[in-house]
Unconditional design. Structure first.
Length: 323
C-alpha cells in the first residue's frame, strides 16, 4: 500500500480511468496545464488535448457541454475550480443533469462527475473559501461525495466515474497534500457506505471532510480524560449511510456532527434530524453540532483561523453532550 498525497491519488485515479475507458475525458479551466492545484497534471501529455480539454471561463458552459456529452454516451469529468463558482453552474446542474433521467422516463442517463474544491485555510477570502455541500444535497438526482483521505478520494472517484448518475465530488484544498496509503491498483469504494475510523463507547462524532482529522485529534485528547469517542466519516452525503450512524448512536447514546460549513442550514442539521427520528429513544442528550459562524469567511489570517471549526470545537461539543 504505497503512501501518496490526496491530490496525487486524484490524479492517478483520473489517469487510470482514462486508460481503462476511452469514453472518459476531462474538461475545465486550465486542466491541460494541471488546473489550479495540479489535479490534472500530466494528463494532457499522456492523453492529448482532445481528452483533456481547456474551456473558456464559463462554469455554465463547462457543465452544459459535460451534460450533452454524458447524454451522448461519454463519461466526462469536469472541474469547477472553486465550489464558490458552482453557483454559476447551478441551472445546468440542478435543472439539467439532476432531472434528465427522471423527466425522460428513464431514457436518459447523465454519467458525469463534477469535481470541485471547497474549504478555507488558503486565505482566499469570502468568495473562494466556502463549503456549500448542503446546497447540493438538497437536489434529488445528484449524488454528493466528500472524501477525507487519499484512499477514499481514489476509490470514490473511481466509483463516481463508473456511476450512471451525476456525481458531485467535493475535495478540500487543505487536504490536498496530506498523505495516506492507497492500494495499487485502486479498489472502488462503494458510494453510500460510511467508514468508522475510531471505535468508542461514550459518544458518536460524525465528521465531514477536513473535520474528520480534527475529530480524530479530539478523540485522542478526550480519551485521556476518560471519554471514548467513535468517529464516523460518512464519505458520501447522498446517499447517506444512515444505518451505520444510527447503529453507532444506539450504542453510545450521544451524537455530535461536525463540518467546516456554516452551522446554520449545514448538512449536520440533516444528520441530526434523521438520527433523532430513527434513534430518539437511544439518545441521552441533545445532538451537538459543530460548524462555522453565520458570517462570510474573513480574509485576515487570524480571523480566518478563529472562524474555521477545529479540534477544540469538537472537544467542547463532546464535553457538552457528555456533561
Amino acid at each position: 500500500m504505497p503512501e501518496t498525497t490526496y491530490i496525487k491519488a486524484v490524479t492517478s485515479t483520473l489517469a487510470a480511468a482514462m486508460r481503462a475507458d476511452e469514453r472518459v475525458f476531462v474538461l475545465g479551466e486550465d486542466v491541460a496545464e494541471g488546473g489550479p492545484y495540479t489535479a490534472t497534471a500530466g494528463l494532457a501529455e499522456e492523453f492529448g488535448t482532445a481528452r483533456v480539454i481547456n474551456t473558456p471561463i464559463s462554469e455554465a458552459a463547462i457543465t452544459g457541454v459535460a451534460i450533452g456529452a454524458a447524454q451522448s454516451g461519454m463519461r466526462p469529468v469536469l472541474e469547477i475550480m472553486f465550489i464558490d463558482f458552482i453557483t454559476l453552474a447551478l441551472d445546468q446542474l440542478v435543472n439539467g443533469a439532476a432531472k434528465a433521467h427522471f423527466m425522460s422516463g428513464g431514457q436518459l442517463t447523465v454519467p458525469l462527475v463534477l469535481r470541485t474544491q471547497g474549504g478555507a485555510g488558503y486565505r482566499g477570502a469570502a468568495q473562494h473559501s466556502q463549503s456549500l455541500e448542503s446546497w447540493l444535497t438538497h437536489v434529488p438526482g445528484l449524488k454528493v461525495v466528500m472524501p477525507s483521505r487519499p484512499s477514499d478520494a481514489a476509490g470514490l472517484l473511481l466509483s463516481a466515474i463508473a456511476d450512471p448518475n451525476p456525481v458531485v465530488f467535493i475535495e478540500n484544498k487543505t487536504l490536498y497534500f496530506r498523505k495516506g496509503d492507497v492500494v495499487d491498483p485502486v479498489v472502488p469504494v462503494p458510494i453510500g457506505a460510511a467508514a468508522t475510523l475510531r471505535h468508542g463507547s461514550d459518544v458518536t462524532v460524525v465528521a465531514l471532510s477536513r473535520l474528520v482529522g480534527d475529530a480524530l485529534d479530539a478523540a485522542d485528547r478526550l480519551a485521556s480524560t476518560g471519554i471514548e469517542v467513535e468517529v464516523i466519516d460518512p464519505r458520501t452525503l447522498v446517499p447517506l449511510d444512515l444505518g451505520a450512524i444510527v447503529e453507532s448512536v444506539r450504542r453510545t447514546g450521544r451524537l455530535v456532527v461536525a463540518h467546516e460549513a456554516v452551522e446554520h442550514g449545514g448538512f449536520g442539521a440533516e444528520v441530526a434530524a434523521q438520527v433523532q427520528a430513527a434513534a430518539f429513544d437511544y439518545l441521552d442528550a441533545p445532538v451537538g453540532r459543530v460548524g462555522a459562524p453565520f458570517a462570510p469567511i474573513p480574509l485576515s489570517p487570524p480571523l480566518e483561523d478563529a472562524y474555521v471549526p477545529n479540534a477544540d470545537d469538537v472537544v467542547a461539543a463532546v464535553r457538552a453532550v457528555c456533561s
